[in-house]
Design a protein around this ligand. Structure first.
Ligand SMILES: Nc1ncnc2c1ncn2[C@@H]1O[C@H](COP(=O)(O)OP(=O)(O)OP(=O)(O)O)[C@@H](O)[C@H]1O
Ligand SMILES: [Mg+2]
Length: 238
């Protein structure tokens, strides 16, 4: 009976991500360093999770593994019940494009494309750009208050403006999972606050599952759960 109840309870919880004992080491000429060691967590769908931790503790490494950009040495990772590292590279790329949005710490905008073109770039690659897509892109840019610079190139935008474009690019396809690595880390505190508020508003409005790496405890406290990356392991703080 107890086992039966356990199964029922377990099956009603819908986890967007399940990480089990993820490990990762890097080898350089100086030797091998273990970065992640036994990273385990379940992230429920529709929640916002913050990851804090010292510089060099492995937060970006973990986020890169969660997005499929990098692979773990061992352990398992389920996203939407798909084992991300057991599928082919091609399938992983397709999965990433469809289900994951990534906001990088240093924007990573393409310099030769305007703000609008950057936002639409992935969709254009897939050859399915319609009038509706362009209107939708403007709408997303509007929602984070940067539509008036849609025709500007990255070099003509401030850091905060570039980050807004990077956020719009990550959100345009309404990803099931949003991964953000220090999304406001490069901005002054006031701009960071404004942009973070807009980001949280979008995440909550679209009921997205989001994992945000941040150095700011103030930002982390806005999340539903906080983990600290400590000695290569995720420690739940709340
Ligand atoms: N490709 C690589 N080769 C070797 N070592 C690496 C590589 N990538 C990361 N590392 C090492 O892994 C450790 C963790 O790096 P990571 O970027 O994950 O830290 P972080 O927690 O995101 O730090 P920060 O808060 O400064 O961004 C660092 O010590 C770094 O030197
Ligand atoms: Mg980092």
């Amino acid at each position: 009976m107890v086992v039966f109840l356990h199964i029922i309870q377990h099956s009603t919880v819908s986890f967007m991500l399940s990480l089990r004992s993820l490990t990762k080491s890097y080898s350089t000429t100086a030797g091998t360093t273990r970065i992640l060691h036994d990273c385990t967590a379940d992230i429920p769908r529709g929640t916002m999770t913050a990851i804090i931790g010292k510089s060099g503790s492995g937060k970006s490494t973990l986020l890169n593994i969660l997005s499929g950009i990098d692979t773990p040495d061992s352990g398992s990772l389920l996203i939407n019940d798909i084992s991300l590292h057991s599928i082919t590279e091609q399938e992983r790329t397709a999965f990433r494009r469809k289900h994951i949005g990534f906001i990088f710490q240093f924007f990573h905008l393409l310099p030769g494309l305007t703000a609008l073109e950057n936002v639409l770039f992935q969709q254009e690659l897939q050859g399915r750009l319609s009038e509706h897509d362009i209107r939708h892109a403007y709408h997303v840019l509007e929602s984070i208050e940067i539509a008036h610079k849609a025709e500007y190139y990255p070099a003509q935008l401030s850091g905060g403006e570039q980050q807004r474009v990077a956020i719009a690019r990550a959100l345009i396809h309404k990803p099931d999972l949003l991964l953000a690595d220090e999304p406001t880390g490069n901005l002054d505190p006031d701009t960071a606050n404004i942009i973070f508020n807009l980001l949280v508003h979008r995440i909550r409005a679209d009921k997205q599952t989001a994992i945000i790496v941040t150095h700011s405890m103030e930002i982390a406290e806005r999340a539903d759960r906080i983990y600290e990356m400590r000695h290569g392991t995720l420690v739940a703080l709340q």
